[in-house]
Every structure is written in structure tokens, then in C-alpha cells.
Ligand binder design. Structure first.
Ligand code: G6P
Ligand code: MN
Length: 445
């Protein structure tokens, strides 16, 4: 099987490669094509891969290219993992908002809208290319904001695009650990949008074990979500939210914590990643050090704000970004019927949104792709956030596809975490001035 990664010079590509190299299944990937617009990044990542290859008996062959159609042609699966505007774009998204006292974050708040605006046209170009040269391929989309980007691509690819995220996997792993029960024995009743979902129940042998857990503050404090949200707040909600809900429930704390740190996540990573990509010698060791540092500092603003200390060792393996992707490919190619949380068309699963809306829910995945399983309906306040954000996502897609600056402003201003139309306008002005990737998209008033 052939897998193509678009954004193949990305830092997390070696994780995927390692997972592929250790895969012993009959349907394993034996050819990996890495596409990137930046040749140097491809070379740096390739050096890490060749170090990894030496440790495995049958590592996949690797081909590097900057030609998109050539990369996609003949692929069975395409991973989309690109970062339009690079980390410099992320820094701009964060700072443009933070300087106005508004949350500045990669996917949540104004940052997610801005990131989506410049990414959607490029994601659509990829979708068109896949439809043209590899119409049978599945596209697995990691590109953030993943829900919005998957929804945009689904207009071209229908069910051949599936969005994924490792956050729900991490959450399930931690809850399973807390319950002391293997993950496979628990049915996780989870629903929402990407980075906006809630765990409603954790069922074992027909019994929901979540209420018992929510009644035990000391135990909850043993996982990130307990420390981040506080056991009392979790008990009030009666759910365990995705970690990204911290930016919603604790917005002022998040802004204060990021300001106090002095550097944003994007600024931190820009420096860290530049050092990695510019470095010489022992590619694997430098990559591994950098990766560990990235994992250890993930969502540091949340931990600093809640005095949560360091991340748990068990959480440092990256939440399984690579493993979700591999599990999804295998479930399709070997018709395995695996259950995975994915971003797929709603199809009546959640009453809150229409059938075409991309939602993040558990699905059974076989040869004909994912099918959502029945889940609990959203609670009233969750429903409010989800319907509002679906509208923001669609307004962003409309702006990105029509080039309308006023639609872009509307998307920003309708976001509940952007506190004023004036701020929305200032953020957009600054982004337009700083990022050619955006001014190129919004060409109409
Ligand atoms: C989690 C999220 C991803 C996001 C990443 C950011 O894994 O699910 O969607 O890209 O965190 O991590 P970073 O190290 O870039 O801040
Ligand atoms: Mn994610």
C-alpha cells in the first residue's frame, strides 16, 4: 500500500513512520511519499527517517517530492498534515488576539478562524487534486483546525475525507487509567466538534462509571483534566470535557497565563523548531530531544495556571497521533470494524446539527469507511456552543472560498471568544497586513 503525507516535512512525520515500520499486518504500507513545499524540511525529516529505518526489518520505502499531483497519484491513503503560513502564521494568530486581551490560541478562538481562513483554500486544492488523480484514495485530515478543514474538504471529497485528532484518545486513555480498566473494555460515550467535545459516559458491562469518578475529587486530581478543570467544576458539569474546553471555561485565566509566560506557544515552538530544522548531525537524537521537549511543554499555560506541575510520564508519548492514523487506515484496508473517534458527517447522530455537518464522534470503521455509532445527545449548554461554532466554521469556509473580507470579519466577530466586532476588525486588519497567505485569500470586500 502507498501512503502520501502532504506536509511531509512536518515534525511529527517520524512518529507516523515509526508506526508504519513496526506494522506487521498484511495490509501494511510499504511505500511512503512525503510531499512538502519546502525541500529543506523534507531533507531534515528524511534524515530522521533513515535513522529509524535501520531499526526495523522491513521499513517502508520513502520518496520525497515537491510536486503535489505526482505525490498523490497512485496513493491508497493521503494524510493531510500541513501548516499554511508556518509557525510564523501561528505566532501572528496568537499575538493579534492577545494584544487586545482576546484569547490567542492555535485552534480555539480568533486564532482558529484566522488559521482556517488561510488553510482552507490550500486544503481545497489538495482535495481537488485527490479527486482528479486518486479518486479512490481516502484523505485522513490532521490539518488544523481539523473539524473546519475536514468540513471544507468534504464538499469536494464527500466521505473520502476523514478528520482525526489525538485529543479524545488521550482523554480516554487517562480515564481508563483512572478506572483501572483496560481501554478496550470501556465504551466511551463522547460527542461534539473537534476540540469541542465532551465525555458523557464511560460504560463497562452496561454500567456508567463516570458519575462515581466525578464524585471522587482526589482521584480526579490524578489526571490532567481533573487538575485543569478542577474536580468541582467537573462534578457540576457531570462530564469530562476535551482539554481544549479549558480555553472556553477558563478564558480569562488562559489569557492571563499566556501573558504571564511572556511567550506564546507559537513563539516557543518557532524557536525550538527552527533550531531543529537548522541543526546538523545525529538527526534522530536531535529530533527525539526536541519531541520530548515539545510534549513536556504541551498546554503549559493550563498547567501553570492551575499549579498542576509537570505532565504525567504516561502522557508524553504524544497521545497517539500516529496510532490513530494507522488504526484508521488498517480498519479500512483490512475491514476490521474498529471503533475510533473521528470527524465525519453527522448523519443524524447529533440532533443539534444537520446531517452534513462534520462532527467528532465514535465511529465503527470498516472497508466502506466510518459509520457513527449511537451516542448521548448534547446537553443544552454543549448544544449552544456546538451550534454557534458550526455557524462560525461555515462562515469561515464561506469567507475562504468566496474571498469575502466581510464574511471573514463576520466569522471572527460571531466567535463567542472574540469579545467585540471592533476587536474582530483589528485582528483581521493585522493578519491581512502581516500574512500574504491570508491577503491572497481575502481579495474581495
Ligand atoms: C494536540 C491537538 C492537535 C494540536 C496539538 C498542538 O495534539 O489535538 O490538534 O495540533 O495538540 O500541539 P503543539 O505542540 O503544536 O502545541
Ligand atoms: Mn487536535
Amino acid at each position: 500500500m502507498r501512503l502520501t503525507i502532504v506536509g511531509g516535512g512536518g515534525f511529527r512525520v517520524p512518529l507516523v513512520y515509526r508506526a508504519l515500520a513496526s506494522d506487521e499486518h498484511a495490509t501494511r504500507v510499504d511505500e511512503l511519499v512525503l510531499h512538502d513545499t519546502d525541500e529543506t524540511r523534507l531533507q531534515r525529516v528524511a534524515a530522521v527517517l533513515s535513522d529509524i529505518a535501520g531499526e526495523y526489518a522491513r521499513p517502508p520505502r520513502v520518496r520525497l517530492t515537491t510536486d503535489l499531483a505526482g505525490a498523490v497519484s497512485g496513493a491508497d491513503f493521503v494524510f493531510s498534515a500541513m501548516r499554511v503560513g508556518g509557525l510564523a502564521g501561528r505566532v501572528c494568530d496568537e499575538r493579534a488576539a492577545l494584544d487586545l486581551g482576546v484569547l490567542g490560541q492555535e485552534t480555539t478562538g480568533a486564532g482558529g478562524v484566522c488559521y482556517g481562513l488561510r488553510t482552507i483554500p490550500v486544503a481545497l486544492e489538495l482535495a481537488e487534486t485527490v479527486r482528479r488523480v486518486a479518486p479512490e484514495a481516502y484523505v485522513i485530515n490532521f490539518t488544523n483546525p481539523a473539524g473546519m478543514v475536514t468540513e471544507a474538504m468534504s464538499a469536494v471529497l464527500g466521505r473520502r475525507v476523514i478528520g482525526i485528532c489525538d485529543s479524545p484518545v488521550g482523554l480516554f486513555k487517562r480515564v481508563a487509567r483512572l478506572l483501572g480498566i483496560p481501554r478496550e473494555q470501556i465504551t466511551f460515550d463522547y460527542a461534539g466538534l473537534n476540540h469541542l467535545g465532551w465525555l458523557h459516559r464511560a460504560v463497562v458491562d452496561g454500567v456508567d462509571l463516570l458519575p462515581g469518578l466525578l464524585a471522587e475529587p482526589d482521584r480526579l486530581m490524578q489526571i490532567e483534566e481533573g487538575r485543569l478543570f478542577g474536580p468541582q467544576w467537573l462534578a457540576s458539569l457531570g462530564t469530562v470535557p476535551n482539554e481544549y474546553l479549558w480555553y472556553w471555561y477558563y478564558t480569562a485565566d488562559a489569557v492571563a497565563s499566556i501573558e504571564k509566560a511572556g511567550v506564546t506557544r507559537g513563539e516557543y515552538l518557532l524557536e525550538q523548531q527552527d533550531r531543529f530544522y537548522a541543526g546538523e548531525g545525529d538527526a534522530f537524537a536531535r529530533w527525539e530531544r526536541t519531541r520530548l521537549d515539545r510534549e513536556e511543554t504541551y498546554m503549559a499555560e493550563g498547567r501553570a495556571s492551575t499549579d498542576a506541575g509537570e505532565r504525567d510520564d504516561e502522557d508524553l508519548d504524544g497521545g497517539g497521533y500516529d496510532k490513530v492514523a494507522l488504526a484508521l487506515m488498517r480498519a479500512i484496508s483490512a475491514d476490521e470494524g474498529t471503533e475510533l473517534v473521528l470527524n465525519v458527517p453527522n448523519d443524524g447522530t447529533l440532533e443539534a446539527v444537520d446531517a452534513e455537518a462534520i462532527v467528532e464522534v465514535p465511529c465503527t470503521v470498516g472497508a466502506d469507511g466510518p459509520r457513527p455509532v449511537a451516542v448521548s445527545q448534547l446537553l443544552p449548554h454543549e448544544r449552544g456552543l456546538v451550534t454557534t461554532m458550526k455557524d462560525v466554521e461555515r462562515t469561515t469556509i464561506e469567507a475562504a472560498t468566496s474571498g469575502s473580507r466581510s464574511a471573514a470579519l463576520k466569522a471572527l466577530a460571531l466567535h463567542p471568544l472574540v469579545d467585540s466586532v471592533t476587536h474582530a476588525r483589528q485582528i483581521l486588519d493585522r493578519e491581512m497586513a502581516a500574512l500574504p497567505e491570508l491577503s491572497r485569500v481575502l481579495v474581495r470586500p
